[in-house]
Design a protein around this ligand. Structure first.
Ligand SMILES: [Zn+2]
Length: 163
């Protein structure tokens, strides 16, 4: 563990891919890249140990009733954005860059890209011009957004079955 604290942010650099920042007072965690990535590049491979039958705020959905706890676990600190720079490809078990990501940039993904019906919805404050507001899972996305974002194979099959 390589920990250092600056102001009230606890920084964990135990991974050479990304650093985990914990805002001690607000109890927020986030993940920042430690490298440059090109669109399509693999940021990290992942697997899982525990699988849950229902989602929680840390899990990633891989099938109808399978919600995984990510390994390496620092990946669970990636926050949501409506203008994401990475994507969890749950079929190939890789975190992929969707756009150019610079060293020191926060990693974000679009939660509904992997989540059908989330446990806890929330009001997004990502600040993106394309912010869609309340985030509840792919099930609730208007059809106009079905082609705008990249989704996991599982979510794509769920969306396709409704057309
Ligand atoms: Zn947003």
């Amino acid at each position: 563990m390589n920990l250092s604290a600056s102001n009230e942010i606890l920084i964990d650099r135990s991974s050479d891919v990304a650093e985990k920042r914990t805002d001690v007072h607000r109890n927020n965690r986030s993940l920042y890249s430690r490298k440059d990535f090109q669109p399509g590049e693999i940021i990290a491979e992942f697997g899982w140990d525990k699988v849950h039958s229902t989602p929680n705020y840390l899990t990633v959905q891989i099938s109808e009733h399978e919600h995984i706890e990510l390994l390496p676990s620092y990946l669970e600190c990636i926050n949501h954005s409506c203008d994401p720079n990475c994507f969890f490809d749950t079929s190939n078990k890789v975190l992929e860059a969707l756009k150019s990501i610079g060293n020191g940039e926060e990693l974000t993904f679009f939660y509904p890209s992997a989540e059908w019906d989330m446990d806890q919805s929330f009001q997004c404050h990502c600040g993106s011009e394309q912010c869609i507001g309340i985030i509840r899972g792919a099930k609730y996305l208007p059809e106009s957004l079905h082609t705008k974002y990249r989704f996991t194979d599982f979510i794509q099959s769920k969306l396709a079955s409704r057309h």
